[in-house]
Design a protein around this ligand. Structure first.
Ligand code: SF4
Length: 270
């Protein structure tokens, strides 16, 4: 029952860093039990959703996220590619559905979309939604009005990660601020789109900073989102954007992170 109380509190209040650190200190088996108890409160125990993530625009990004080989300023071997055409995206989505996916996510390496970027994405969302798939996008930061356009096109989820703890943010990204991420999440929720939000660990943050990433997660995001989704920087196990980072240095900026092209859409189990 304690796990149930924890999950309800998680959705309504912020936690202190000390409280999260106390959770970290629990025996691993106890943590697994609590996690399973919370999971079974909200989800069928042995049911998973299969999703496919396709990079619709790869490389050449103006941001400087220290974990990402798509940043134009890092020499990673990832080429700057034009946005995929709508027909290619739709045919990939059809294939994903045939292979069992029920959600299709379209990711683009942008600081944020300009209107001329957004227009073809809106068409992709409409076409993918018409296939009977749930739709998800991750396009970077959104300006006023853009989330509403995506909602009107049929977007179900928007992925936007908080990257790392607020105290650590300047060590990982300098081209935007932590508050910028929160502002985009507010726009997404304000438009009635589900938030898919997470963070990355293993980038040199301290245990306390890692606890801070969770503790500072706004309670308002908990209530309407699939989060927090915490991903290990070295892990192959979760998101495609993270699998790009396999074997990259665990701290600081990298000029030699390995490349991975968009042509192999990977699958995410949510
Ligand atoms: S994580 Fe996204 S915003 Fe950051 S450099 Fe990579 S593609 Fe750009």
């Amino acid at each position: 029952m304690q796990a149930v109380h924890l999950s309800r509190r998680w959705q309504t209040q912020n936690w202190s860093v000390a409280e999260v650190e106390a959770l970290f200190a629990l025996p691993f088996i106890d943590l697994m039990f609590r996690a399973q108890s919370v999971h079974r409160e909200y989800h069928a125990a042995n049911k998973i959703q299969l999703s496919t993530l396709l990079s619709i625009k790869t490389g050449g990004c103006s941001e400087d996220c220290g974990y990402c080989p798509q940043a134009a300023r890092y020499q990673t071997g990832v080429e700057n590619e034009a946005i995929l055409d709508v027909a290619t995206v739709v045919s990939t989505a059809k294939l994903s559905k045939q292979n069992g996916a029920s959600r299709f996510c379209m990711g683009a390496a942008w600081r944020g979309p300009k209107q001329r970027d957004l227009d073809p994405v809106l068409e992709m969302v409409r076409e993918v939604k018409a296939l009977g798939l749930e739709t998800c996008c991750t396009l970077g930061m959104l300006k006023d009005g853009q989330a509403e356009q995506l909602k009107a096109a049929g977007l179900d989820y928007y992925n936007h990660n908080l990257d790392t703890a607020p105290e650590k943010y300047g060590d990982i990204v300098t081209t935007r601020e932590y508050q910028d991420r929160l502002d985009t999440l507010d726009r997404v929720r304000g438009a009635g789109i589900n938030v898919c939000c997470g963070g990355i660990v293993g980038m040199g943050e301290s245990r306390t900073e890692r606890a801070g990433l969770i503790a500072h997660w706004p309670a308002s995001i908990h209530r309407q989102s699939r989060c927090p989704s915490i991903t290990s920087y070295k892990s192959k196990a979760h998101q495609c954007t993270i699998s790009w980072q396999v074997n990259a240095p665990s701290t600081g900026r990298s000029s030699s992170a390995p490349s991975r092209r968009h042509a192999s859409p990977c699958r995410t189990v949510l």
